[in-house]
Design a protein around this ligand. Sequence first.
Ligand code: SF4
Ligand code: MG
Length: 324
Amino acid sequence: TASLLEVTQLQTQFKTSDGLVPSVNRISFTVEAGETLALVGESGSGKSVTSLSIMGLIAEPGRIAGGEVRLDGVDLLQLSRREMRRLRGSKLSIIFQEPMTSLNPVFRVGRQIAEVIRKHEKVDKREAHRRSVDMLEKVGISGAERIAASYPHQLSGGMRQRVMIAIALACRPKLLIADEPTTALDVTIQAQILTLIRALSQEANTGVILITHDLGVVAEMADRVAVMYAGEIVEQAPVNDLFDRPMHPYTVGLMNSLPRLRERRDRLDAIPGMVPSLLELPQGCPFHPRCAYAEDRCRQIKPELLEHAPGHLASCHRAEEVKR
Ligand code: SF4
Ligand code: MG
């Protein structure tokens, strides 16, 4: 049977004064209903561009140059802007990092949730209000009536992010994209919000794409993981397989820069070097300038993304030798 979301050979480019930059270079992955797929990588790896491409939010100078994004069998890339607008907030929702920029400062938050509900469902104002208070309770807000009557600036960052989650989930989307949803929040609230997203998505059988640079978050939240580097997926696996036996040196580098592990070491084992400019990717494996495993063939032949174990893909010539 078909997956909830099937992304095939998605390619998104940006026009710059130096030429076309392939920000997302022919990536493919799926998300099942009720499943959380984590997209992991450093900033500039293409995670956010991937989510914006799925949401139909790529704007000039960016453009989608190829591929398919099928949600319930419908290729979103073939829909008009108007059709996409209708899908966003009904079948498809996104939570961004900074909730202040997505909430309207001049309306009470209850009204903002109610409007989202009324945009997609035929319910009267009263019912929409009742549902919005309901949603606020669901995202763990006590005194939901009072919060519904508040303006965004009257709420804390954690509270605003809960409101954003309430808005994103108000219409029971089939797919939720959470782009670094808790990065701006303190650690305790981060954990609460992530647990909440997971519980709500399981309850409604929502597929989730969780975008993060933090493998600690991945370990807690994800069913499967796709690791991105320089606009491509370099490793993909069920979460336990990834942590038990990573098959790409970049993934190992990300693991070794986990804060939890850092405490037990006296040296910070971060990955040396930087994500390469997508305009001048090195020949061969794009990771070779930073890779401790690099050898001659790596500098010449680009590795393909191959399945090394069931559901476990990696693009590395030495995938079988990689040690955590
Ligand atoms: Fe490192 Fe070579 Fe594997 Fe690239 S192909 S990640 S350079 S070992
Ligand atoms: Mg980002």
